[in-house]
Design a protein around this ligand. Structure first.
Ligand SMILES: C[S@@+](CC[C@H](N)C(=O)[O-])C[C@H]1O[C@@H](n2cnc3c(N)ncnc32)[C@H](O)[C@@H]1O
Length: 223
């Protein structure tokens, strides 16, 4: 795979316990995953495409969003770099169409899509990589298509520093390290990345950490 993802070892190790963490089982991540089920539901509702539409999902993890997308009647093409996560998702959703790949490496031969979705994963890319990925997504979308992401985003750099400090002060060492090590964006930079890729985007905060991003090709038809 080109541009090998950086966090594969971490997610291979996390696959078994991940569903416990998202349901409040990891004390440091309770606020990050607060309202997790509703967040995934909001992503599916915001996609709002006709049944049978083709939706590509990046960073499938254990398949929780994929399950909702399939239930909504979409054809789901899942892309996930971690072998352990793929295995877990397949054990829960044996019929899921799932490929090894990542935001910057989509397997050859897949069709253009009506929707691109991802939850809790886009921050694995640096800002420059996010720019590249969004340009590629804009090309992959069929006319009228839509991108819907939910992920940790900070309102601005001051808020990001304050939340990093808060994690340290609360003794949340794993979360504090994560907030420094990965590439959590701020709103302004993210809006500019979507704009540069020829997309309009609306952002909305869903919990203390997670924001919803709904994007369309400029000149598209926001619903
Ligand atoms: C925190 S989990 C989120 C899983 C799932 N989307 C959810 O909302 O529960 C992040 C997932 O993104 C995957 N991931 C990491 N780097 C990635 C990349 N560069 N491209 C796509 N997925 C990536 C990880 O392997 C992991 O499965």
């Amino acid at each position: 795979m080109t541009n090998e993802p950086r966090f594969n070892d971490l997610f291979d190790q996390w696959a078994e316990d991940y569903d416990h963490a998202v349901s409040g089982g990891h004390p440091e991540y309770i606020e990050v995953f607060e309202g997790y089920a509703d967040i995934l539901k909001t992503v599916v509702e915001s996609l709002s495409l006709p049944k049978g539409s083709v939706v590509m999902e990046f960073g499938v993890g254990t398949g929780n969003l994929s399950r909702l997308l399939l239930a909504a009647g979409y054809r789901v093409i899942g892309i996930e770099p971690s072998a352990a996560m793929r295995e877990k998702a397949k054990s829960k959703l044996p019929d899921l169409e799932l490929y090894e790949g990542h935001f910057l490496h989509v397997p050859d031969g897949l069709p253009p899509v009506d929707g691109i979705v991802s939850t809790y994963a886009f921050h694995h890319l640096t800002d420059d990589e996010k720019d590249r990925a969004l340009r590629d997504f804009a090309r992959r979308l069929r006319p009228g298509g839509r991108i819907v992401f939910a992920d940790t985003v900070f309102r601005d750099e001051a808020t990001k520093r304050a939340m990093q400090q808060e994690a340290e002060e609360r003794g949340f060492h794993e979360l504090a390290l994560d907030l420094k090590r990965e590439y959590y964006p701020v709103v302004e930079r993210l809006e500019s990345a979507f704009r540069q890729a020829g997309l309009t985007v609306c952002l909305k905060q869903l919990n203390r950490y997670v924001w919803l991003m709904v994007a369309e090709q400029r000149g598209g038809n926001p619903g």
